[in-house]
Design a protein around this ligand. Structure first.
Ligand SMILES: Nc1ncnc2c1ncn2[C@@H]1O[C@H](COP(=O)(O)OP(=O)(O)OP(=O)(O)O)[C@@H](O)[C@H]1O
Ligand SMILES: [Mg+2]
Length: 167
């Protein structure tokens, strides 16, 4: 299924995040809700420059067990991490000028692998990406951010249910 404006929304979660600690805390809780992970997890992160997509991803990957430095993929486009039971891929499409570039860069294989995939600036791929399990929107709101997490798969919906039940 290709992501489009008609892709059905199965669930949403919203929260105000007052500071970076709050961003890290919700990312940590979401990563915990995914575990134990039995399938792929595809998350697309939306938000203006500096909204907190990388900050969110760092805390998320840290919670899944990634150790060592977690670099922003702004320049390399892709950072990969190998965990004992699955691989994690953190991508950033900001520098793409053409929606076909992610296909040319060979990133399609990553989406077919059973893996955790987080993509910043997915809109730069135009409408060519498959629908994710979850989207994470971070929007500037005063000194903080408004967070919206939206589920587009049954799996994503289940993770959001777990997240809200553990509040
Ligand atoms: N809830 C929050 N409230 C205020 N500041 C925050 C919040 N969450 C994160 N920040 C801060 O906002 C900045 C987020 O930077 P980050 O690199 O994560 O943004 P980004 O969305 O990945 O940007 P880019 O599009 O350039 O990749 C950091 O300086 C971080 O400390
Ligand atoms: Mg970033």
């Amino acid at each position: 299924m290709i992501m489009s404006s008609s892709t059905p929304v199965l669930a949403t979660y919203t929260q105000f995040l007052a500071d970076e600690t709050a961003t890290a805390a919700i990312a940590q809780r979401l990563a915990q809700a995914l575990q134990p992970l039995h399938s792929s997890a595809h998350l697309y992160l939306h938000g203006d420059l500096g909204a907190g997509k990388t900050a969110f991803t760092r805390a998320f990957l840290r919670t899944l067990g990634v150790t060592g430095r977690i670099k922003s993929p702004s320049y390399a486009l892709l950072e990969s991490y190998k965990l004992s039971s699955f691989n994690c891929y953190h991508l950033d499409f900001y520098r793409f000028n053409d929606p076909e570039e992610w296909v040319e860069a060979g990133f399609r294989d990553i989406l077919e692998e059973q893996a955790v995939v987080l993509i910043e600036w997915p809109e730069k791929a135009g409408g060519l990406l498959p629908a994710p399990d979850l989207t994470v929107h971070l929007e500037y709101q005063g000194e903080g951010r408004d967070l919206t997490i939206t589920a587009y798969s049954k799996q994503g919906q289940a993770w959001l249910t777990t997240l809200t039940q553990r509040t």
